[in-house]
Design a protein around this ligand. Sequence first.
Ligand SMILES: Cc1cc2nc3c(=O)[nH]c(=O)nc-3n(C[C@H](O)[C@H](O)[C@H](O)COP(=O)(O)OP(=O)(O)OC[C@H]3O[C@@H](n4cnc5c(N)ncnc54)[C@H](O)[C@@H]3O)c2cc1C
Length: 340
Amino acid sequence: MSSSTEVLVIGAGVLGLSTAAELLRRGHAVTVVDPGQANASAVAAGMIAPAFEALADWRGSDGRLDRADLFRAARTLWPAFATAFDLPLHREGAEWRGPDPEAVAAQLRWLGFPAERAGDAVITPADWRTEPVAALSRLQGLPGLTVVAGRVLDLKTDGARWTATLEDGSGLAASAVVLATGAVTALDLPEPVARLIARVQPIRGQIAVTDRVLVDRAVRGPAGYVAPCPGGSVIGATMEPDRTDLSPDLTRGVALVRTCLAQIGLSESLPVTWRVGVRGATPDGLPMAGAAGLAGLHLALAPRRNGWLLGPLVARTVVDGLEGRAAGPFAPALDPRRFA
Ligand SMILES: Cc1cc2nc3c(=O)[nH]c(=O)nc-3n(C[C@H](O)[C@H](O)[C@H](O)COP(=O)(O)OP(=O)(O)OC[C@H]3O[C@@H](n4cnc5c(N)ncnc54)[C@H](O)[C@@H]3O)c2cc1C
């Protein structure tokens, strides 16, 4: 499909909006529909962190190096993506403070990332950062993008076109649809897509925000991280599988803040506000990006802890698939049909 297509993107998180931006850039007519409430993408710290996220995955699970290659490739797309859509991008690197810095530095290097010891810390220039709220707002405001406020209840095809029915009874039709609905959606979908979506596990995350500037780059450790954000710092984040409620859990939150502040040498308590979001995750921890197994329906879903890092790669993969272009090297690892 090389000519211009009308595409409906359902969901205005980082994956939906990144995909919409890439579609627009390639000349397609794009409508995004979303109810407009705060989502996981707005709650996130905005770290674009291939090095420390690859390290966390490699230590925590299957020992595969290909995760590091994929994360590195995703980050490589960020400078052009940020320039094309005028998104904030901070390249100050990130730091580890915790036990065994020599081993952490060696493991990062083994995964292919630069890492240096600085006293008890380990610094890598490989991890960057964006500002989620500003980036979402710039993507939503892209010239030529149509944004509709509403929740889709039902999605159907007659074989040629797709029709989404919204809760106010109105309909939106398009020749292709990108489903980017995050961790939780009550949307009625045809098989086999409904079965794929059912594989997405919600993982709740809670993060604290303070107006104190505590660090000048993300500082990570075994307990979590403290990272800069506009006007202060964020301290996070919990990983709470199968929880979808959005009320702050003060017991967990206060314990997290205390241990993260201790990592940067602070023992005082700080006034904070809480933000809670729900990430979607697949069984292998990588997103579903690409064709869903029904003509004209594509998925951009479930990037777990790395929606911001992976946004441009997911967008490129989904749009290449939608246009019928040759699959990039990471498309098989992201193909939603691996869970069919
Ligand atoms: C505390 C926390 C910290 C994080 N920090 C980072 C970080 O530093 N770096 C990083 O890369 N990632 C981070 N993440 C992960 C990242 O936020 C997620 O991976 C990412 O936001 C998921 O994006 P998404 O577009 O898939 O989903 P979402 O952002 O949840 O967006 C989905 C959208 O779809 C809409 N939607 C759902 N159903 C419907 C429907 N039926 N009709 C219309 N619209 C619908 C929702 O309203 C929502 O706006 C963090 C997450 C949390 C919770």
